[in-house]
Design a protein around this ligand. Structure first.
Ligand code: ADP
Ligand code: NA
Length: 336
């Protein structure tokens, strides 16, 4: 079992990124390695240039994301953790696969249509061919499993189509070159809402810092933000139906449940009938207890540029060693 997954390097990480994305990577790593498998995790910095971007932010965000991943539990000794740009074999493989991918296949990608909108002529070529780079990202490692959310299913399907066509066109039937990666539905990710209204997504784009818990927030800041979170005057209900129409209450109870590793029902069984005057301090304490060790490691690591660069360098070396044999066979199969 070899799992390959990428994440866009973004800065200003918050509780939503941790509970909705990073935590899943940690549990996939732990499950895979317990079963003799391995995970390759990469920062998709090559993908990031398909949209307008600021170069200085891209390299800073790449390092910040590595610091967050390691602080949250990705172990660079157990998983291969790297950034695409240091493994040029991804870009080489994309070019080789461009000969197999069809224009019609890419034209049908709903993400391309959504992102380009009415202005296709003004988009970068990279935005159009992005799914071919994604195919290269997984095929070059002979990935057996790729975690995909609903929005990425079509791109993995495309990677399988490219692999299949390449195997058909350039390999003998008994020796296909590429493994067809199977989609893997990751454990259901939590969706964390804003502390300001409980109904918009917690996001770095929200201008109000009080709307989110940042992964850099210290204990006092976390307690303060939870205390100021918007709520209604009613006590908590004793069952889930009682959260109907109470988005703010539902969000805080959900966050408690996810952080405590229990269910919303259990949280309500414990706190039903109590007001926010007692629930909020309990939630704040729980967040501080669970996030403090991560926060401490993150804050320390994100300013240790040498350590982050060393992690990425080592990860890239391991990734290149895994990528090169398949890349060489691909050249050979094409008569190059
Ligand atoms: P932001 O909304 O802060 O810009 P991104 O769009 O960069 O976050 O998302 C990065 C990753 O974090 C994605 O996998 C996304 O699904 C996850 N994520 C972001 N915000 C949340 C949230 N509020 N709840 C759950 N997951 C989230
Ligand atoms: Na976003």
């Amino acid at each position: 079992m070899r799992i390959v997954s990428g994440i866009q390097p973004t800065g200003n990480l918050h509780l939503g990124n941790y509970l909705g994305a990073i935590r899943n990577w940690v549990s996939m790593q732990d499950d895979a390695t317990a079963n003799g498998g391995e995970c390759l995790y990469f920062l998709a910095d090559l993908h990031a240039i398909s949209m307008p971007h600021t170069p200085a932010d891209l390299s800073a965000n790449t390092r910040e994301m590595v610091a967050a991943l390691v602080a949250c539990g990705i172990d660079p000794d157990r998983s291969v953790l790297f950034n695409q740009a240091q493994v040029p074999q991804h870009a080489e493989m994309q070019w080789l696969l461009n000969g197999t991918a069809r224009m019609g296949w890419l034209n049908r990608m709903t993400q391309w249509k959504d992102k380009a909108g009415k202005n296709r002529e003004g988009q970068s070529v990279a935005l159009f061919t992005y799914p071919v780079l994604q195919a290269a990202d997984v095929l070059i490692y002979q990935a057996t499993h790729v975690p995909v959310g609903e929005d990425q299913k079509q791109h993995l399907e495309l990677a399988r189509d490219i692999a299949q066509k390449f195997n058909n066109d350039f390999c003998s039937e008994d020796a296909p070159l590429f493994t067809l990666p199977a989609p893997f539905i990751p454990p259901e990710a939590a969706r964390i809402m804003s502390l300001r209204d409980g109904s918009s997504k917690m996001s770095k784009s929200d201008p109000s810092d009080m709307s989110r818990i940042n992964m850099t927030d210290d204990a006092d800041t976390i307690m303060q933000k939870v205390k100021k979170a918007k709520t209604d005057p009613e006590p908590l209900p004793s069952d889930k139906d009682g959260l109907e129409g109470r988005a703010e209450a539902r969000n805080l109870v959900s966050i408690y449940a996810v952080m405590a590793g229990t269910s919303v029902e259990d949280v309500l069984a414990q706190f039903g009938g109590q007001g926010f005057g007692s629930f909020k301090p309990a939630l704040g304490d729980l967040l501080v207890e669970k996030l403090s060790p991560i926060n401490a490691r993150f804050v320390e690591l994100r300013q240790d540029r040498a350590a982050l660069d060393a992690i990425l360098k080592k990860g890239a070396e391991k990734a290149r060693a895994l990528a090169i044999p398949t890349l060489e066979k691909t050249y050979e199969a094409l008569g190059l």
